[in-house]
Design a protein around this ligand. Structure first.
Ligand code: AMP
Length: 218
């Protein structure tokens, strides 16, 4: 399946993407994970992206499109892709449309995950992320704590609170989301691709996506 996951920071895009990959081997592509990996590696891309990311601002569209142009043409995308955190601006959505048509791929749906501001603030402030760039596993100190406090269950690296998940940065990211990303909901609605869902329960979200896409998802 070729799916875009839309939704504010903390809406659960990554969680839903991980659950969906199990159905048909579609690959999760998170621009946030790619960028954080680049920052940790100290690459040129990472250096350019870091200043925007730390304040909760968006990285310039051209940098993102350069990443996605090659990523979407990698062989693992042939089984399908789940776009988590991309596109995030109207220019990115337009550029994605042109890119997919150029490489002969089609979107199946754009899922809009809706959650209240209170839930988002609570989820993000209690979220902890594995500091290992290769892992980036996500925990929640309340709802999904690691077995040993502060340590990743999967790889044993320390867990951190991301710099962009402090209360100040979260408020700014929500403002940026409302200004730059929320307009994509109307864009995909006009394209006939939108599926808007209450994202409080991941099980309900997965089942609604399966229903919309019909058979073939096991
Ligand atoms: P995320 O983990 O998706 O919330 O992304 C973390 C940060 O990476 C965002 O706050 C942005 O600074 C940057 N970022 C991720 N994806 C994009 C994108 N599609 N466009 C611009 N900036 C992005």
């Amino acid at each position: 399946m070729n799916v875009i996951l839309l939704g504010a920071p903390g809406a659960g895009k990554g969680t839903i993407a991980k659950l969906l990959t199990d159905f048909d081997g579609s690959v999760q592509i998170s621009t946030g994970d790619i960028l954080r990996g680049a920052v940790q590696a100290g690459s040129e891309l990472g250096k350019q992206a870091e200043v925007f990311m730390n304040t909760g601002d968006l990285v310039p569209d051209q940098l993102i499109m350069d990443i996605m142009e090659s990523r979407l043409q990698a062989s693992d995308c042939q089984n399908g892709f789940l776009l988590d955190g991309f596109p995030r601006t109207m220019p990115q959505a337009e550029a994605l449309k042109a890119l997919l048509s150029k490489i002969g791929m089609q979107l199946d749906i754009a899922v809009n995950l809706k959650v209240s501001r209170e839930v988002i603030l609570d989820r993000l402030a209690t979220r902890r992320t594995c500091s290992n760039a290769e892992c980036q596993a996500i925990y929640n100190v309340k709802s999904n704590p690691p077995k040993q406090a502060g340590i990743c269950d999967k790889c044993g690296s320390p867990l951190i609170q991301r710099e962009d998940e402090t209360e100040k940065a979260i408020s700014h990211r929500l403002k940026v989301y409302n200004e730059k990303t929320a307009p994509l909901i109307d864009f995909y609605d006009a394209e006939g691709l939108l599926l808007s869902l209450d994202a409080t329960s991941s099980d309900a979200v997965i089942s609604a996506i399966k229903t919309r896409l019909g058979g073939g998802l096991g």
